[in-house]
Design a protein around this ligand. Structure first.
Ligand code: GCB
Length: 623
């Protein structure tokens, strides 16, 4: 199976379509590691200075007749081109990684040089690092927080693995490939989307190609905790699901310790290295909530390994039309967000400080308790920061608009990405909703595709709620939600742009009605209007793109929303203007989607105040 998968991925990578998200280690190796909470483990950072070199004809992947690359074009050979040239006057290289320009990673290549601004294709990266010999009984993983979209990774001249899917972490065991002293790492990253990929080529956001999240060498004992999911169940237990990897994984004692609660749960793994354990939650347990985002230091111990994490405990469920957190109905006062740091020239380099700045604007600026992380898994610093600051999270995969519903490869890609996202973040108390799709057209093949994803979510994490941003039907004043998929979801969500993409006068928006036959909670997962920060129009009927139009659009849409009986949350579109190549109005857009409530550099538009005030009132009324 693995061989078959590798064959497929290899082909795709070589052809440079690189479509299906999947992680695959070099042939014959074990399945891809999860390495859960790797960001908190002992590691060596490989972030910083890397050489980069563009390869638009994918010369380093295949010769011009399709065979393997020759010595003059193979970027990952374990040699130093300049030394070879110095020794041999006949030596010929069509590249030289070690004398190529240097950039700082992580961060998309759109910031490397002006000519890279709209580049889509293959870029090579290389750096060297020194390392002492790996001590006996230890393993080292090379981990990438994400590479957008497909990556092939080489260490000291050998391929160590590949991954496709630009938004989730992947890691390879490189213990046997590392050497004491100097090591050379080369990564080919290809941003091209194809007809089979998830997301598809056409979206409404920037493709930030490159190595966009940290690169680390993570050291663990030979047998280590690869996956551990610790949570509070709806029946009041702290449950633990642990999986070990390594030669001693079977029949090994395991302990989960939460010192602050005086709680230790112990057990032993089965023959496959897995263990399920649990204990009644101590009465002293303080539940995580947006008001009090309490996190506990949790340690998972097995043999020589200790995995530390900070975990919050809470329950979520749906009761009738209510979304219920820790037994109490909650109203989600939120906003949507793309993964893009504040600043005039973002490169998707999301540091903890950058995440804090954005989420604080939601929490304190807007009086929010909820964020929709659109439209793909965001950097893990974001979900950790949401845990810390107390924001409920909607997390999603980019099954966006129109993907190839009939393609087995597309489905495999979506499932792999969904799985990687859920396994990375199952311990984040902030995450309440897993979303499987955004604005997808109703149809049999699409229903089958999304029902498979919904089944996967329930199998991987039955403790949270499943949702999707759906389309609705409009007839005059009446909006109807009749997408058959709504029946499969815990929480229905719709995106609506009446008054922006339609010519409705703003004053008529409160008169619009929403109908559905299902008794379920509903979220308006998007609504929004564009405004260029600083463009004012004081007329009674302000023009689109003025701050006044956007502010009035918010007032009227919120008035409409207040009349929808099953509405339990809002995540308007969106906090910050974001880069989108499809938005080319030279006066108002200049390559940016202007539906932000703040400008790229953080200037608040008028509508910010409208939403902040609305949320303040809702919070006061306990909603
Ligand atoms: C939508 C999409 C979102 C777009 C937004 C817009 O419905 O879900 O990705 O950016 O509309 O601005 O049109």
């Amino acid at each position: 199976m693995l061989r078959k998968l590798l064959g497929r991925i290899g082909l795709v990578l070589a052809g440079l379509a690189m479509a299906a998200p999947a992680s695959a280690q070099a042939e014959g190796a074990a399945p891809a590691p999860v390495l859960v909470s790797a960001d908190l483990r002992e590691h060596l950072s490989l972030d910083g200075a890397w050489h980069w070199s563009v390869d638009p004809f994918r010369d380093g992947v295949a010769g011009f007749h399709g065979g393997p690359p020759g010595a003059s074009t193979n970027r990952w050979a374990d040699t130093i081109a300049a030394d070879v040239e110095a020794r041999d006057p006949r030596a010929l290289f069509e590249f030289d990684m070690q004398r190529s320009p240097i950039t700082h990673l992580p961060g998309s290549w759109i910031g490397h040089a002006p000519e890279m601004r709209h580049y889509q294709g293959l870029v090579w990266y290389q750096r060297t690092f020194d390392l002492p010999a790996v001590p006996r009984g230890r393993r080292v993983f090379l981990r990438f927080g994400a590479a957008d979209y497909a990556a092939a990774v080489y260490l000291n001249g050998k391929e160590v693995g590949r991954h496709a899917g630009g938004f989730t972490p992947f890691a390879f065991d490189v213990t046997a490939t590392l050497r004491p002293g100097g090591n050379q790492i080369t990564v080919g990253v290809d941003s091209a989307r194809t007809a089979e990929s998830v997301p598809p080529p056409v979206t409404d956001w920037e493709t930030y190609g490159g190595i966009t999240r940290p690169v680390t060498l993570v050291t663990v004992p030979e047998t280590y905790v690869d996956d551990a999911w610790i949570r509070l169940t709806r029946d009041g237990r702290i449950a633990a699901s642990v999986r070990l990897d390594g030669p001693g994984a079977a029949d090994m004692p395991v302990r989960v310790r939460i010192a602050e609660l005086g709680l230790t749960i112990t057990g032993r793994t089965d023959a496959s290295g897995a263990w399920e354990g649990g204990a009644a939650a101590p009465p002293a347990l303080e539940r995580w909530s947006p008001e009090r985002p309490k996190l506990y230091d949790v340690r998972v111990e097995a043999g020589k390994d200790v995995l530390p994490d900070h975990i919050g405990f809470r329950t979520v469920e749906v009761r009738g039309q209510d979304i219920v957190l820790n037994g109490e109905p909650v109203f989600l006062r939120g906003i949507s967000l793309h993964e893009e740091e504040l600043g005039a020239d973002p490169v998707r380099a999301m540091t903890p400080a950058a995440a804090r700045a954005l989420l604080t604007e939601i929490k304190q600026g807007l009086n929010g308790n909820f964020v929709r992380l659109a439209h793909y898994p965001h950097n893990e610093v974001m979900t950790r920061m949401a845990d810390e600051l107390g924001l409920i999270v909607w997390s999603e995969v980019p099954v966006y608009w129109q993907v190839d519903w009939e393609s087995a490869e597309t489905l495999a890609g979506a499932r792999a990405m969904l799985r990687e996202n859920i396994l990375r973040d199952r311990n984040r108390a902030s995450i309440m909703l897993w979303s499987v799709a955004n604005e997808t057209p109703v149809g049999e093949a699409r229903n089958r595709f999304l029902r498979t994803l919904i089944g996967d979510v329930r199998a991987l994490d039955g403790s949270r709620l499943v949702t999707a941003a759906l389309l609705s039907r409009r007839d005059g004043r009446i909006n109807t939600i009749d997408d058959p998929l709504a029946g499969d979801l815990d929480v229905m969500a719709v995106n609506t742009y009446n008054g922006w993409y339609s010519g409705d006068p703003l004053a008529s928006l409160p008169g619009l009605e929403w109908r559905t036959e299902l008794r379920k909670p509903l979220i308006f997962s998007e609504f929004g209007a564009g405004a260029l920060a600083g463009y004012h129009d004081a007329a009674a009927n302000p023009h689109k793109f003025s701050e006044e139009y956007q502010a009035e659009y918010y007032r009227r849409t919120l008035e409409m929303a207040a009349k929808v009986p099953s509405l339990r949350g809002l995540s308007p579109w969106l906090l910050k203007d974001f880069r989108s190549p499809r938005r080319q109005h030279p006066v108002y857009q200049q390559g940016w989607n202007r539906k932000g409530l703040i400008s790229p550099t953080g200037a608040r538009k008028q509508a910010f105040g409208v939403l902040a005030e609305h949320y303040r009132e809702l919070a006061e009324r306990g909603r």
